[in-house]
Design a protein around this ligand. Structure first.
Ligand SMILES: [Mn+2]
Length: 322
């Protein structure tokens, strides 16, 4: 069992230690990176040696964080993790730190304890919101670099202030961060608007593949190995494709089939208020959240679609009515 700590206690712990490494989760997103680089920068203002570690190569679009915060080499004496819901998510190269994490700061309700001390608040839409509070509690003034990092975490985890986890506090913090110099326009454009050409080419093919069933209430989209090859898309280009079928008017259940290298299909289900995605995927050996869930199936695309349809009909009987 981890010892639960408050924002003030976490701030006190961090101010008393040195040679700190901050761990992020694998397939890093704006929140884990924004949290890590903001905290790193804040602790460096005390003259401490601090650096950020990530199992994966950090995507180029976060260069305004990575380039702005120096990353010195040193022998770590204190290990901190941010936005890491489970030690497995540290990724292979950071697994060696699992039992050495002194403090984890996280906002996932599903958090699985692995650290000695934990600052957890699932009411926060982003870990960056907690980091903002910790930095303030340490008495550090948020500069423009920290503001950019924290704003990125909040904007990305709330889907640019669109998701249900967006609260008045989210907006208040974002406003304060803009006052502190966050480049909201540039950040939001880089995070939400800009797509690589490979991504656009993959989206073109994927949209072409969409097939409707149940009088247009369910929509299936396919991403095949062939499309990935032809578009030249990499792992980062694939992020955020699964909501596309659900965005179509009249669709209750949007399904994305992604062919994996071993031939199996990774299924992502997205729903609106009429259907429960986790109930559908639960019938197929997977799980997730009410609006977003997933599972893995093997077979041909036709077989997989038929299997998912059966589960949809069982979990959402009303979809075939009328
Ligand atoms: Mn997060």
């Amino acid at each position: 069992m981890s010892r639960r700590v408050t924002v003030e206690k976490a701030a006190e712990i961090l101010t008393t230690v040195d040679n700190i490494v901050i761990l992020t989760h694998q397939f890093p997103d704006g929140d884990t990176l924004g949290s890590a680089f903001a905290l790193c920068r804040a602790l460096q203002t005390f003259g401490k040696k601090v650096r950020v570690l990530c199992h994966d190569v950090i995507p180029e679009k976060y260069e305004y964080m990575t380039a702005a915060v120096p990353q010195p080499e040193f022998e770590p004496l204190f290990v901190c993790a941010v936005d890491v819901a489970d030690s497995k998510l540290l990724g292979e190269s950071l697994q060696k730190y699992t039992d050495k994490v002194e403090l984890c700061i996280d906002h996932h309700g599903s958090h699985r304890e692995f650290e000695k001390q934990l600052l957890l608040n699932a009411d926060m839409g982003a870990t960056a919101m907690l980091i903002y509070q910790v930095i303030t509690a340490m008495g550090v003034t948020v500069d423009a670099v920290m503001a950019d990092c924290l704003y990125t975490g909040i904007a990305t985890d709330t889907g640019c202030f669109k998701y249900s986890n967006t609260t008045p506090l989210t907006h208040r913090m974002a406003a304060e961060l803009m006052e502190a110099g966050a480049n909201a326009e540039t950040i939001n454009r880089a995070m939400f608007d800009i797509k690589s050409r490979a991504r656009v080419s993959l989206e073109q093919m994927a949209l072409q593949s969409i097939a409707f069933y149940d009088n247009g209430r369910s929509a299936f989209m396919q991403i095949t190995e062939e499309m990935i090859q032809a578009s030249g898309a990499n792992e980062n280009d694939m992020e955020g494709l699964s909501p596309l079928p659900r965005q179509i008017e009249g669709v209750w259940v949007g399904v994305m089939l992604r062919q994996k290298a071993d031939g199996d299909y990774k299924i992502s289900v997205r729903t609106g208020t009429h259907a429960d995605a986790s109930a559908i995927c639960g019938l197929l050996g997977g799980g997730g959240h009410p609006r977003a869930a997933g599972c893995t199936l093997s077979g041909t695309a036709e077989q997989v679609i038929a299997t998912v349809q059966k589960a949809i009909h069982q979990a959402v009987p009303r979809i075939v009515d009328r």
